[in-house]
Design a protein around this ligand. Structure first.
Ligand code: ARG
Length: 465
């Protein structure tokens, strides 16, 4: 047998070496090597359990653990020789271990398969990434609460159909994004809870003939429990799909947020100024300051939606149990994590440095008859049914449109031609401050409600960190 054949841990039954192109085509080490800390962590736990069960001697376990630590140090230092001949991260590490410690290294894979090994590695890795992403979401939420606090009384137009609708406070507006992110954070916690179940012990698909203790290995690795069913444990990637679905929803939220920041920072809106540190210029137009960060995040939502479709399609129709198809889960999953993590991080940094142009917001809120509903509510309080009040105010708005004047700029006599019930106290409801202050109930835009919601928000972050 040639060296090329014998070097492969599975080459016993093979008579010809792997075709060179097939070797490269089927290898995953170029991308799955990033799992190495988790692969080593899983192997150490597995060897520890095997020794405790008397399947390995304590001396073998000690040699394996020490050898794996040396491999880890070598990889950390960038000194490890990865080989595509050894296909994936698992066989690269196992081969290096055996080269280092000899016979004991060959015993590490007792009662284990790469099938339960890879499913375990990916879960361990994703669990850590979810913790990091959730912490980044908290940073972003905190930046939004801080901004909401600074701008609790700042008035801007609220929009429906991108047309001025009713005045709202910037604080209230930012708290809307806070709520969406809070659900995103909860979804990820929920995903983490479901994925924190250990495949190890399922071996290739049917379990193993050795007297293993799966509960002990699970405990060593911080899993809540071992997976109930060995076939399910090695084959399903629903946890990866679920995570990517959560990521897609989060990116959908960030894409909406981005769209708004892009519009708001344009000369036409002029509502906000993004910090120079988060914008870039144009190589030809000297005056340009472009909102590249929100644009890029908006763009990245597309690839993550794509990864969700990719993973669903990867899993669709796969027969039980493990199939090599599943090797294809890694690149989309890695790319989703990298881009999601980067997007939330850059948003957390950027939102801490947003300046509101209060005068521009205020001027915009004064256009578009944003207090028309307040006038209708005023008439209702004087006994007019809401539908009739709506009609009366509609006529007043028509006059304002004809004359290019806001409702607050019409005289009392002009307003009274539409209803004799209008008195000079009407002007307090037609002001922007009066309009927002009047929406003074749980979930409303009044500054007092915004301040209370900010305090609750801070508490929620502290309670569910
Ligand atoms: N590289 C493989 C993967 O990512 C590891 C499991 C391979 N198992 C096998 N029987 N070929 O899925």
């Amino acid at each position: 047998m040639s060296d090329a054949i014998s070097a492969k841990p599975w080459a016993g039954r093979f008579n010809a070496p792997t075709d060179a192109f097939v070797e490269a085509f089927t290898a995953s080490v170029e991308f799955d090597r990033r799992l190495y800390p988790y692969d080593i962590q899983g192997s150490i736990a597995h060897a520890t359990m095997l020794a405790r069960q008397g399947i390995l001697t304590d001396a073998e376990r000690d040699a394996i653990v020490a050898g794996l630590e040396r491999v880890r140090a070598q990889i950390d230092a960038g000194a490890f020789q990865w080989s595509i001949r050894l296909e994936d991260v698992h066989m690269n590490i196992e081969s290096a271990l055996t080269a280092d410690i000899g016979e004991a290294g060959k015993k590490l894979h007792t009662g284990r398969s790469r099938n339960d090994q890879v499913a375990t590695d990916v879960r361990l890795w994703l669990r850590d990434e979810i913790d990091t992403i959730r912490a980044e979401i908290v940073r972003l939420q905190t930046a939004l609460l801080d901004l909401a606090e600074r701008e609790a009384e700042t008035i801007l137009p609220g929009f429906t159909h991108l047309q001025v609708a009713q005045p709202i406070t910037v604080g209230h507006h930012m708290l809307a994004w806070f709520e969406m992110l809070e659900r995103d954070r909860e979804r990820l916690a929920d995903c983490r809870r479901r994925l924190n179940v250990m495949p190890l012990g399922a071996a290739a698909l049917a379990g193993t003939t050795y007297p293993i203790d799966r509960a002990y290995t699970a405990e060593l690795l911080g899993f809540d429990r071992p997976a109930e069913n060995s076939l399910d444990a090695v084959s399903d990637r629903d946890f990866a799909i679920e995570f990517t679905a959560d990521a897609a929803i989060l990116m959908m939220h960030l894409s909406r947020f981005s769209e708004e920041l892009i519009l708001w920072s344009s000369a036409q809106f002029g509502f906000i100024e993004l910090s120079d540190s988060f914008c870039t210029g144009s190589s030809i137009m000297p005056q340009k300051k472009n909102p590249d960060v929100p644009e890029l995040v908006r763009g990245k939502s597309g690839r993550i939606f794509g990864h969700l479709m990719g993973l669903l399609t990867l899993m669709k129709s796969q027969p039980l149990a493990y199939n090599k198809d599943n090797q294809e889960d890694k690149e989309p999953l890695f790319d989703t994590v990298d881009n999601l993590k980067g997007s939330v991080k850059v948003y957390a940094d950027m939102m801490a440095h947003v300046t509101c142009k209060r005068e521009r917001m205020r001027a915009a809120a004064k256009q578009g008859f944003s207090t028309a509903t307040d006038l209708a509510d005023y008439l209702v309080r004087r006994g007019i049914p809401f539908r009739d009040a709506h009609e009366i105010v509609g006529k007043a708005v028509a006059l304002g449109v004809r004359e290019g004047r806001d409702l607050a700029d019409l005289t009392l006599d002009e307003l009274r031609q539409f209803s004799a019930l209008i008195a000079d106290d009407v002007f307090s409801v037609l002001t922007l401050e009066g309009s927002v202050a009047a929406r003074d109930h749980f979930g409303g835009t009044a500054p007092a409600q915004v301040r209370a919601a900010i305090a609750r928000g801070r508490q929620r972050l502290a309670d569910h960190a």
